[in-house]
Design a protein around this ligand. Structure first.
Ligand code: SF4
Length: 330
């Protein structure tokens, strides 16, 4: 059976159910790299160019792990655009080239180009090209892709039930949904999915918030129509898909009375974050806001301290607001 390696990083958090189903329907065995560990980070940092952002470096570590595990093909798509008139960060466009240039002794890459900014005609042609590797007919390749889309929709629907996309993938694979503890606060949590839902990159941010009794409300929990309405209030359209999602979600959280504060996770060395983070920071006027920037040198203890201080500050403000309403006359 042909083994196809899928790195547990970057697009994995958004599209794994689609591509896993697609390859399995074509008769391949999908091998996923292990969740990010310190070793993954160290290998990635050693192999990637210094200028790369933290998530890209981590991706290199995952690719190296799969190459060492002897897969027959590595799935490294070239993501350009996943919706009309919008784009993904340019680093995704050059990913297969960067991987080939920096890592030697690689298995062949399946570097399908996903660019639906103007039309999806070329994507469908490329899907057929990839499917031919497994000796499948055009009809069965198309059917495999449609099945993959169906599984992706199902998994995304699971994520809207209060799970993170990472947890939704686990539930989709048959695991139990995690227990949600008592809720002290509800915080809007923003960031690129591949940073936020990766335990090592995010330093377990969502888990720490839950331990502090906070419920994390994510962009995936907000109606896409609501996100678009809020994002459209900017004077210029944000043409990055993920950036627009974050801006729209942030503006929605800012006006949602159920939300007590907003946490934004940014990555050091990220071009889009330097702009999107700035826009969000300026436009949030009603809610406490904290931006946490991480890189490969960030320590988890520092992250926990900041989150504890943020949560304490929100609760103190809340207590003060209640005390200020006590009558001085009893
Ligand atoms: S958006 Fe930022 S974090 Fe994501 S790949 Fe691009 S530079 Fe890296």
């Amino acid at each position: 059976m042909i083994k196809v390696g899928i790195p547990h990083s970057l697009f994995y958090f958004y599209y794994y159910p689609l591509w896993k189903t697609f390859f399995e329907e074509l008769g391949a065995q999908v091998v996923r790299s292990h969740p990010t560990s310190r070793l993954t980070v160290d290998q990635g940092v050693r192999l990637a160019v210094d200028e790369a952002c933290f998530p890209i470096k981590v991706y290199f570590g995952h690719v190296k792990e799969l190459a060492d595990r002897g897969v027959d093909y590595l799935f490294v798509p070239r993501l350009v655009s996943v919706e009309p008139k919008s784009y993904i960060c340019p680093k995704f466009m050059g990913l297969p080239d960067m991987i080939r240039a920096c890592i030697s002794h690689l298995p062949p890459l399946i570097d399908i180009t996903v660019d639906v900014s103007k039309t999806d005609k070329f994507l469908h042609k490329d899907i057929i090209r990839v499917g031919r590797i497994f000796g499948a007919s055009s009809k069965s390749i198309r059917a495999a892709y449609q099945k993959g889309l169906q599984e992706l929709r199902f998994c995304r629907a699971l994520a809207t039930q209060g799970l993170t996309p990472q947890e939704a993938i686990r539930v989709w694979e048959g695991d139990q949904a995690p227990e949600v503890g008592p809720e002290r606060l509800r915080l809007g949590v923003l960031g690129h999915g591949y940073s936020l839902y990766d335990g090592v990159i995010s330093m377990n941010l969502i888990q720490h918030l839950r331990t502090l009794g906070c419920r994390a409300i994510l962009a995936e929990h907000v109606d896409p129509g609501v996100i678009e309405i809020h994002a459209a209030t900017l004077c210029k359209r944000v043409f990055w898909t993920l950036g627009r999602n974050m801006v729209g979600s942030a503006l929605h959280f800012d006006q949602d009375e159920q939300i007590d504060g907003i946490v934004y996770l940014a990555c050091f060395g990220c071009g889009p974050d330097s702009l999107i983070g700035e826009i969000i920071e300026r436009r949030i006027v009603n809610k406490p806001f904290i931006m946490l920037t991480v890189d490969e040198h960030t320590g988890e203890a520092g992250m926990i301290t900041r989150l504890e201080a943020f949560v304490d500050m929100i609760e103190r403000n809340r207590r003060r607001a209640i005390e200020n309403h006590f009558s001085a006359h009893g």
